[in-house]
Design a protein around this ligand. Sequence first.
Ligand code: ZN
Length: 189
Amino acid sequence: MKLPVHKYGDPVLRKKGVPVTEVTPEIHQLIADMFETMEAHHGVGLAAQQVGHALQLTVIDIRPIEDRPSTLELDGKPADPNSIMPLVLLNPVVKAVGAPEAGSEGCLSFPKLYGEIERPESVDVTATNEKGEALAFRCGGLLARCIQHETDHLHGILFIDRMNRETKEELKPDLDELQAATKAALKKK
Ligand code: ZN
């Protein structure tokens, strides 16, 4: 089932997610619904906060974006990033490896808004998947950017928090408008 995406101005986006310690049938359903929601909006990543749940859970599938490369290392050996797609990360921990690099980002909670964000080019990731298996890999490029963006969501951090002052200043009128519209809609409920 496609779920409504919570937009900037909704307090749930600022909540730190609680760890997912057991993959219950409800969590399985939530994962399936999150993939359906993400695909419907042509996104490549979606965090639980964006569908109203403050949990350490994100779903990722970078395959729709073909013009921005990714790298993957499993057990120290190069691997095809598509081989781990679609990806479910529970309780992910991300450690920076590469030097910061600027790249364009958008977010389903900020429709039509994009900005250049600096993030480490590659990261080491540990997490649990939907089967309860431990995951550990190193990745770079778009996949690393996406995982960092989504892991931020799980801690209540938004991509606007990582924009430089000029970019945020430029987007400010749109951000203010979006925030006001979200708050007005929440009040009506
Ligand atoms: Zn986002």
